[in-house]
Design a protein around this ligand. Sequence first.
Ligand SMILES: C[S@@+](CC[C@H](N)C(=O)[O-])C[C@H]1O[C@@H](n2cnc3c(N)ncnc32)[C@H](O)[C@@H]1O
Length: 138
Amino acid sequence: MGASDAVQVHFVQQDAWTMEEEEIYDVIASNGLNIYVDDEQAQALYAQFLKALKPRGVLVTSFLTPPPMLDAQSPWKMDQLDMAALAKQRALMQDVIDAQWIHFRTEQVMYKHLVDAGVMDVKVIYDSKGGVSNGCGL
Ligand SMILES: C[S@@+](CC[C@H](N)C(=O)[O-])C[C@H]1O[C@@H](n2cnc3c(N)ncnc32)[C@H](O)[C@@H]1O
C-alpha cells in the first residue's frame, strides 16, 4: 500500500445517544451498547444511528440472546456450549460483579425495536451457538 492509498481515520469521543451528525455515515457498527439499557433507551439509540446514517446506510449491531433459564424459547445451543466457561462467567457476572444492567433480547423484540426505529430491512445472523454476538453481547 502506497502513501496515496492511505486511509484517513477520524476519531470522535461522544455519547452515542446525543450524536449530532445527520446523514453522513455509510455504515455504523455498534456492539455491546444496547446491553446496558432498557427497551426505550435502546430504541432511542437506534433512532439516533438512523439519523446519522445516509438514507441507504447500514447499521451493524448485535444483541444478547436470553439464556434458557430466562426464556423457554432461548436459541442457546446448550449442547455446544462450554458449560465450565459458562459457570465461570455466570459466577463472575452474578456473584462477583452482581451485574444488574444486562438486558437480553429475543430476535422478535430486537426486530420490533429496529423496525419501530425506522430500519427498513432487518437481517439477523446467529452464531453457531445460538447467539447474535460480537463476543461481549449483541
Ligand atoms: C460491552 S462494551 C463493547 C465494546 C466493543 N464495541 C466490543 O464489541 O468489544 C460497550 C462499550 O460501550 C461504551 N459506552 C458505554 N456507554 C456509552 C455511551 N453513552 N456512548 C458511547 N459509548 C458508550 C463503553 O465504554 C464500552 O466501550
